[in-house]
Design a protein around this ligand. Sequence first.
Ligand SMILES: Nc1ncnc2c1ncn2[C@@H]1O[C@H](COP(=O)(O)OP(=O)(O)OP(=O)(O)O)[C@@H](O)[C@H]1O
Length: 247
Amino acid sequence: MAEPLIRMDGVHVAYNGDIMVLQGIDLDISRGQVTGIIGPNGAGKSTVLKTIFGLLQVKSGSLSLNGRDISRLKAHERALEGIAFVPQNRATFADLSVEDNLLLGCWPFRRDKARIARALESVYARFPILKEKRRDMARSMSGGQQRFVEIARALIVEPDVILLDEPTAMIAPKISKEIYALIRQLADDGATVVLVDQNVRQCVNVSDRLYVLELGRNKAQGSRDDFASDTQLRDLVAEWVNYKIDH
Ligand SMILES: Nc1ncnc2c1ncn2[C@@H]1O[C@H](COP(=O)(O)OP(=O)(O)OP(=O)(O)O)[C@@H](O)[C@H]1O
């Protein structure tokens, strides 16, 4: 089997030094796939993404990208290595135009005007609404449109992997649907996506592979088909979300 793009092996992470939130997480993120991470509240899903991006330190265990240990790299160094993160909380600059928000994402190649022009053109092709509203202040956009700005700003550096933390939380159903279609399209275009989602049904539908976490540990894992066909996995998920996966 090909080496995963990202591998977590026995990762422990603590908040405030001693509250151990991840207690030996193992995770393989394959290239060009959507890997979904699900689990009840407080399972450690967001913590996993923050750890991959470098906002939290690995206390023990290993974290590698392309077979190279990245656990000591700072977040901005990981960004330069091709990791992008879209956090759960709103992260647009409300008083900047849509285009200025996107230009902030171009910081790593800020002196390369031709690349900036190409990068903008490429995200505008993917998000026509952002082109149409490029001169508008971010604050004038709907919550869903601002989510597009955040995702587009992360994509503008053409990352190898994009970490998405609950991208459709509090977003209207129509735009949520577009976001899931975009996630699938990104992976089909060769990008690697890690998706943390409370919306289990959508997460299972869009993911190639899924991990279930519980109380900072791995609880189960499998392909989308495993989750649809394996009664034990179905029942496990149904148990904590009172939800049945389509099969
Ligand atoms: N800044 C923090 N300081 C201390 N503990 C924290 C902090 N952030 C999160 N935690 C704790 O770490 C645990 C895992 O939190 P995390 O946000 O990763 O879970 P989650 O699976 O993403 O859950 P949710 O779906 O509720 O966001 C929880 O017990 C939470 O209370």
